[in-house]
Design a binder for this molecule. Structure first.
Ligand SMILES: Cc1cc2nc3c(=O)[nH]c(=O)nc-3n(C[C@H](O)[C@H](O)[C@H](O)COP(=O)(O)OP(=O)(O)OC[C@H]3O[C@@H](n4cnc5c(N)ncnc54)[C@H](O)[C@@H]3O)c2cc1C
Length: 590
């Protein structure tokens, strides 16, 4: 039986900060836009963002977009595309002021201007020892405030939300590969639909749940990446996975870098402020890859804290209860709940925890998805756009600076919205015809789950996947471990094709949803570990024991992973910015 079809101008898959910034642009242009989300929009993971959004507003220290651009290029370990980075930094003030005018309740300075705090890797004057106060914050709940502001604006602009709808696969036109829609599961009824559109925007967020210990929500299962991979598209730079230095020991919940921005610092078992040895200038506010590696080294060399010497301490009691309660109230609550430590009196036990995926679906700064075709490594794929954490623009390169993600969401969410509007003016009207076999892939995935009476339990395969990734693809990467990890994840991928679910009911069947999510987690994990094993250098978040140095001669290039045969290809980094001089790669010190 044919799947029921619903038709829109544009579909945005994901209602986080990036998805809702794009949909706002589209709805304001009076387009018929559908936003799909697995959860209620304001529960999207952006809600968890704590420390702030970067913009060189210069409210507390001197600042400008050139300095921000330099820091971002350096932070990316020179793998970021400099044209896209320039674009983002130049538009930062505009998009943050827009959020303010939409009603986002930023903290204020005495002068009434937006409050800004320092953050890791953000400096003044092209990397000087002086930190820039660039992170615009709403206490330690910036993402919460941003998401609610964007949701209200979308409601006002008549965006149509499909809440608890899960997109499953992309639908492509066999003629030219253009994307013409998605298949989606309405969780409440268990029905599957074909949603047809002239433009599909992927905004599905991260995939932190491929690891066992993560700051990410359970819904962060890399769905957009899985959809792209199954549709034959490559995933870019997936080896670069950021470990945030300060996850609560044992729980993984995030303690924002804003704590160190406000003056908190890390200690080892001897009470030593060890970051002074690793980053004499920026100290605890060096970039995240540097701090995470330093912490792991302290623990490995026996200077960790606690009976097992397996964590370090984050001290902030010296800030006093007033600053903690006013600027970091959520952190105090998290620490009391998850670490049983009240930071007003005692330090928080922390370990580096999986946090952010720098790679994703390859895109231009306009949000348009680009793929290799013939000799052109970046041909625009008609009908498909990607934004936010699931996209690789690439502004974060091998390592993202804190507060640059929320910025990326709104800059590229808006840019993609603008591009879709332009493209739709030229698109054929009415819609292109759907291919005859539209929805077949989805139907076969769901039919397998419905018919299999036995096989692998989803929870077992998932647990093994997460443990394998945690053990074989961590802060430091070892050649044997990586090779074994690739084999393990391939075996797990084969097992994931034999999963079954006991509960075959249709109404709000979360077992079916989890089984479908597993497919996406498997694609993402494979992309990550296969790409990591192949890159024979250390750069940003990829720290190899056997190749400890960055190798610009051989590895200044983006990885592209294809699902078919786990094939890898490479493409050049954009070293030329749009209007300014390029920042030449040099040794990165903080
Ligand atoms: C704890 C924490 C704190 C952070 N703090 C900061 C910070 O202070 N500053 C900063 O810059 N960055 C921060 N980050 C990073 C930043 O918050 C994220 O990178 C960003 O919010 C991701 O936004 P997004 O729009 O890409 O996706 P998300 O906000 O994750 O939204 C994804 C959306 O996609 C939907 N979705 C997913 N799959 C499907 C599917 N198959 N079908 C339908 N819908 C789907 C989800 O329901 C959701 O609506 C933090 C991250 C974490 C984990």
């Amino acid at each position: 039986m044919a799947l029921p079809v619903r038709r829109f101008d544009a579909i945005v898959v994901g209602a986080g900060g990036s998805g809702m910034r794009a949909s706002l642009e589209l709805a304001r242009a009076d387009l018929k836009v559908a936003v799909l989300s697995k959860v209620f929009p304001t529960r999207s993971h952006t809600v968890a963002a704590q420390g702030g959004i970067a913009a060189p507003l210069a409210n507390s220290t001197e600042d400008n977009w050139h300095w921000h651009m330099y820091d971002t290029v350096k932070g990316s370990d020179y793998l970021g595309d400099q044209d896209a980075i320039e674009y983002m930094c130049r538009r930062a003030n505009e998009v943050v002021v827009e959020l303010e005018h939409m009603g986002m309740p930023f903290d204020r300075l005495e002068s009434g201007k937006i409050y800004q705090r320092p953050f890791g890797g953000h400096t003044q004057n092209y990397g000087s020892a002086k930190m820039a106060m660039r992170s615009c914050a709403v206490a330690d709940r910036t993402g919460h405030a941003m998401l609610h502001t964007l949701y209200q604006q979308n409601v006002h602009a008549n965006t149509q939300f499909f809440v608890e709808w899960m997109a499953l696969d992309l639908v492509r036109d066999p003629q030219d590969g253009a994307v013409v829609g998605v298949t989606a599961l309405e969780m409440e009824t268990g029905e599957i639909y074909l949603l047809q559109a002239k433009a599909v925007v992927l905004a599905t967020g991260g995939s932190g749940r491929i690891f066992a210990a993560s700051t990410n929500a359970f819904i962060n299962t890399g769905d957009g990446l899985g959809m792209a991979a199954r549709a034959g598209l490559p995933l870019e730079d997936m080896e670069f996975y950021q470990f945030h230095p300060t996850g609560v020991y044992g729980a993984g919940v995030l303690i924002t870098e804003g704590v160190r921005g406000e003056g908190g610092y890390l200690l080892n078992k001897d009470g030593e402020r060890f970051m002074e040895r690793y980053a004499p200038n920026a100290k605890d506010l060096a970039s995240r890859d540097v701090v995470s590696r330093a912490m792991t080294t302290e623990i490995k060399e026996g200077r960790g804290c606690g009976p097992d010497k397996d964590h370090v301490l984050l001290k902030l009691d010296h800030l006093g209860p007033e600053v903690i309660n006013h600027r970091l109230p959520g952190i105090r609550e998290i620490s009391i709940k998850f670490a049983n430590a009240d930071p007003v009196r005692e330090p928080i036990p922390v370990v580096p925890t999986v946090h952010y995926q720098m790679g994703g679906v390859p895109t231009k700064y306009t949000g348009q998805v680009v793929v290799p075709e013939g000799s052109n490594m970046e041909t625009i794929l008609p009908g498909l756009y990607a934004i936010g954490e699931c996209a690789c623009v690439s502004v974060h390169g091998a390592n993202r600076l804190g507060t640059n993600s929320l910025l990326d969401l709104v800059v590229f969410g808006k840019a993609a919205g603008e591009q879709v509007i332009k493209d739709l003016r030229l698109a054929p009207s009415p819609h292109r015809a759907l291919p005859k076999d539209a929805g077949e892939l989805t139907r076969s995935r769901v039919a397998r789950l419905d018919s299999n009476a036995d096989g692998e339990r989803v929870v077992d395969v998932l647990g093994d996947l997460r443990r394998a990734m945690q053990a074989h693809c961590g802060v430091f990467r070892f050649p044997d471990d990586l090779q074994k990890g690739v084999e393990k994840v391939k075996e797990i991928a084969a097992r994931s094709l034999r999963t079954f679910i006991k509960d075959k009911s249709k109404t709000f069947n979360t077992a079916r949803v989890e089984a479908l999510e597993l497919d996406n987690l498997v694609e993402t994990a494979l992309a990550t570990i296969v790409s990591a094993e192949a890159r024979k250098e250390s750069r940003g978040a990829q720290a190899r024991d056997d190749f400890p140095e960055r190798d610009d001669k051989n590895w200044m290039k983006h990885t592209l992973w294809y699902r078919e045969g786990n094939r890898l290809a490479y493409k050049p980094v954009h070293l030329k910015p749009m209007t300014v001089e390029a920042f030449e790669p040099k040794k990165r010190t903080y």
